[in-house]
Design a protein around this ligand. Structure first.
Ligand code: 6XA
Ligand code: ZN
Length: 343
């Protein structure tokens, strides 16, 4: 399996994030992608290729025009305003406030285009975000051209980014961009299988009214876990998307038994949908030692995830999402891929 990787991801580093009353160094750091890349080499998964440069047309297919235009301007505006630290909002237009007027002040515009303080910008953030977009599209093109599978080693991740907002370390929704691009390249139906510990709220929002893109999410129950405000089992899609959104919220402490039962059910529904391509939002923060998560999967479980996905027998595009900088992030992420390749 080919991996697409860009060293530009490392330009996004040293950012801070807001969690539980504290501004802390971002957990989503460059070492993550470097550890995964090293494991791709060590496990001899296949060649590592650089992404091709793409214009932003594919981003406009899933994100609002004004939002896409805003992203590259954030750091220049923030630094021109003489502000220090990571660029992020601190006020958000919740219920009862105007959500239709973009403020002029950069810190307020950041609040307008985000749902949390988890997607800070530093000077190189846009370059990294754009590189992850290029990685996703280049990997998608491999699958379009007939590869059985490809791995987009995207960083930063994407699944919390919605049509017009960032959050949760995500700016552009790489998996959604790739899925829509594959549709535009002629695929009739795409299934997105999100196995990250956190609900992929952005991906769900983007495709919620769509019957041509099935979205299945396995994640910690939003009643008790981030992103909190989406991801319940009763969210099944609307309009022509009715029945094409599938959520599997699970309690803290979930281990392979219950988790794999949910994976199996998601795969049964995907098989019934008969997608031309399966896009996997590959998060490995379900791992027992993940520093921000509370599931109990072990390293031995990840190849079994890959093998189950392989049984779908569909062209498959893996897009990297979460999983934090512990040594095992490489073993676990690449474990899914070798499990798929051997499955
Ligand atoms: C709160 C936690 C963000 C979770 C990001 C993640 N800042 N998403 O791993 O999949
Ligand atoms: Zn996650």
């Amino acid at each position: 399996m080919k991996t697409i990787f860009s060293p530009l991801h490392a330009r996004h580093g040293g950012q801070t994030e807001l969690i539980a009353g504290e501004i802390v160094p971002g957990f989503e750091k460059p070492a993550r992608a470097e550890i995964i890349k090293a494991r791709v080499i060590e496990a001899q998964l296949g060649p590592i290729l650089a992404p091709e440069n793409h214009d932003l047309a594919a981003a406009h297919r899933v994100h609002a025009t004004d939002y896409v235009a805003f992203l590259p301007t954030v750091w220049p505006r923030w630094s021109a305003a003489g502000k220090l630290g990571s660029a992020m909002g601190f006020a958000w237009p919740t219920r009862g406030l105007r959500g239709d007027v973009v403020p002029e002040a950069i810190e307020a515009a950041l609040g307008f285009y985000s749902f949390d303080g988890g997607a800070g910008f530093v000077a190189g953030t846009w370059a990294a975000v754009k590189s992850a977009y290029d990685v996703a599209l280049t990997a998608a093109a491999l699958v379009r051209d007939g590869e059985a599978a490809a791995f987009g080693l995207c960083r930063p991740p994407g699944h919390h980014a919605g049509r017009a907002f960032m959050g949760g370390y995500c700016y552009i929704n790489n998996a959604a961009v790739a899925a829509q691009w594959l549709r535009d390249q002629g695929a009739a139906r795409i299934a997105i299988l999100d196995v990250d510990y956190h609900h992929g709220n952005g991906t769900q929002e983007i495709f919620y009214a769509r019957g041509d893109v099935l979205v299945a999410n396995l994640h910690a129950d939003p009643l008790i876990e981030y992103p909190f405000f989406l991801g319940h089992a009763d969210e099944r899609g609307i309009g022509s998307g009715e029945g094409a959104n599938h959520n599997f919220p699970m309690p803290f402490g979930t281990s392979w038994g219950a988790w794999s039962t949910a994976l199996d059910e998601a795969c049964v529904r995907i098989a019934r949908f008969a997608p031309d391509v399966v896009v996997v939002s590959l998060g490995v923060d379900t791992f027992e030692k993940d520093p921000i998560s509370r599931f109990e999967l072990t390293s031995a479980d990840y190849p079994k995830i890959g093998a189950r996905i392989a049984r779908l027998g569909r062209p498959t595009l893996f897009i990297m999402e979460g999983g934090y900088a512990v040594e095992e992030i490489g073993i676990n992420a690449v474990g899914v891929l070798t499990g798929f390749a051997d499955g």
